[in-house]
Design a protein around this ligand. Sequence first.
Ligand SMILES: *Cc1c(COP(=O)(O)O)cnc(C)c1O
Length: 416
Amino acid sequence: MISRHDCSTRDLDDPLAPLRQQFDLPQGVIYLDGNSLGARPKTALARAQHVITAEWGTDLIRSWNSAGWFDLPKRLGDRLAPLLGAQTGEVVITDTTSVNLFKALAAALQMQASDPAQAARRVIVSERSNFPTDLYMAQGLAAWLDRGYQLRLVDSPEELAQAIAADCAVAMLTHVNYRTGYQHDMAAISSHCHAQGALALWDLAHSAGAVPLDLNGAGADLAVGCTYKYLNGGPGSPAFIWVPEKHQARFRQPLSGWWGHATPFAMDPGFAPADGIARALCGTQPILSLALVECGLEIFAQTSMEAIRRKSLALTDLFIALVEQRCASHPLGLVTPREHARRGSQVSFTHPHGYAVMQALIARGVIGDYREPAIMRFGFTPLYTSFADVWDAVEILRDILDTQAYDIAAKRDAVT
Ligand SMILES: *Cc1c(COP(=O)(O)O)cnc(C)c1O
């Protein structure tokens, strides 16, 4: 049997434990929702003040040059690149994940359409369990193009190999599933795509900053993802898009705004794409929000994704073991894979009253979230979650379940 003492002992041996001091977390809260909105790096407040007062207030328009605002999407993309297994000049931080997915999917379809050997392909393969916005963006693009593109949705990862067939243009997959925490084998699927003549487009919303990534090593073709989840960029912080050097010359995206132009300040009436990753940009970025992304990245620079992964697996293993030991008499169903290679940095359990139980947990300071159907989702962020937090969270869950201290008639908030 594991005890709370065992958990606090592990905290004493944890090389990442000091990093928690770099986050501002409220007293009395065990935050297990960094997969939805990362916690605030303490430096973000002073950074925001500096951007508002000095860069905006004093330097005004000059800050596009003097404070490097214009280069920020690329400069921060280069800081993020090592966490993704990407090279310098392959990533920009810009726009939203939904918009970047639209750009990347459109570019991928166009790359295939412009190759006579692949031009007949009309199928976009994805999973029915993918995050809905990804499917919605693909549906919107396919309908808009009106060239017979269709989505082929599979119901389990095992069906992917067969679905990615000779008629498939692009496999558009989310690397770690937002609901279950299932992690795909990016290298194996990307190489299957290539063997079939398809391209592999990956959404890393629940992977970036959560699990080690090697986009170039895995042979992926394009990728997008969020910065406000595990990367701690702040609410609504801009997303990222990765276009590897091997595809940059062929990459054409439809949102051809002036930031993607070869010479934006030539004010030429005709669009000509910039060389390199800048062609993935569209227009002016929310500089205040974008600037804060760096505060999260500065914390990642003090450790490695391997150290983060080691602790992430230790935390999720501990959570699963404790829930199974201490809440054994309750109808909880583990939906996250036990196999390490297939697990992201979250653990999800079903419970018939999942929404009500999660509301009770939140009321007692254990913040996770709820996703239909009946899934309680707990995100583990090794930068600021301790082993004792895991123990305490499970104790509160056990108490709520044992005493049935949850309201099954709880009214649903707009954001669950
Ligand atoms: C969180 C998430 C998104 C969010 O997209 P936004 O455009 O930022 O709202 C998209 N896709 C996946 C897979 C996600 O997990």
